[in-house]
Design a protein around this ligand. Structure first.
Ligand code: NDP
Length: 240
């Protein structure tokens, strides 16, 4: 039977590329999204993958949604924690809401989803979890204390969870993309983006497919000896 994969934030950008790659490889894929119904409907129309709305930052919503998904599609074998947001601003101008929202959506979300699936994965002796970090969690970034803290937290979270579950057939890895051509990066002012691209040794932004290919490998049987690692996919911008 096809393995069931849940990809949070799966309806746009990197998440969409991960969903379509996993579907192509035979997984039964379910995408999650946060609020953009129009984008979600267009996504399902494009690729035929169901999209389910729930807020990854809300523990109760995640628990209920995972229960529903497991009833409707079967137990979740593969979890990709991809949903993420930015609310940029320098520390001296950042308000509590910007801090809290980014930490909850980008980091606490990983607790919420993993907590909902981990017991089942342990009982079944199989699981694949991939958490999407960021180059800015590795290197820091001006105007992003909230985002850098959340993404950096993902890397520690990944290693601890990997240690706890390595003997249960569960791998937990992180992927740290550099700048990838999605809505999130298109929101960066053009002059700033130009300066960023100038610092990428391969001379271009990443494509969502660059990230999806690695995620697909990490959740495959071929990667069963890889756990607790972080794959940096950034065109050589930060060699970590
Ligand atoms: P996009 O902004 O293109 O898409 C974000 C996705 O996350 C959407 O599906 C969105 O749903 C969903 N989402 C946002 N908030 C929530 C929420 N509270 N609950 C559920 N879903 C939510 O992002 P990218 O594709 O650019 O980024 C994907 C991941 O990769 C993020 O974690 C990001 O931090 C990380 N990353 C991205 C980089 C880049 O250069 N693009 C670089 C490094 C890391 P909706 O459509 O409903 O809003």
């Amino acid at each position: 039977m096809a393995r069931v994969a849940l990809v949070t934030g799966g309806t746009r950008g990197i998440g969409e590329a991960i969903c379509t790659k996993l579907k192509l490889k035979g997984y039964n894929v379910i995408a999650n999204y946060g609020g953009n119904d129009q984008a979600a409907e267009a996504f399902t129309e494009r690729c035929g993958i169901p999209a389910i709305k729930f807020d990854v930052a809300d523990f109760a919503q995640v628990k209920a949604a995972v229960n529903q998904i497991e009833n409707d599609y079967g137990t979740i074998d593969v979890l990709v924690n991809n949903a993420g947001i930015t609310r940029d601003g320098t520390m001296h101008r950042m308000d509590y809401e910007q801090w809290h929202k980014v930490i909850e959506t980008n980091l606490s979300s990983c607790f919420n989803t993993c907590r909902a699936v981990i017991e089942g994965m342990r009982e079944r002796g199989f699981g694949r979890i991939v958490n999407i970090g960021s180059i800015n969690g590795q290197a820091g970034q001006y105007g992003q204390v909230n985002y850098a803290a959340a993404k950096s937290g993902i890397h520690g979270f990944t290693k601890a969870l990997a240690q706890e579950n390595a003997n249960k057939g569960i791998t937990v890895n992180a992927v740290a993309p550099g700048y990838v051509d999605t809505d999130m990066v298109r929101a960066v002012p053009a002059d700033v983006l130009e300066k960023i691209i100038a610092k990428i040794p391969v001379g271009r932004l990443g494509k969502p497919e660059d990230i999806a290919r690695t995620v697909e490998f990490l959740v495959s049987d071929n990667a069963d000896f890889i756990t607790g690692s972080t794959m940096s996919i950034n065109g050589g911008q930060h060699m970590y």
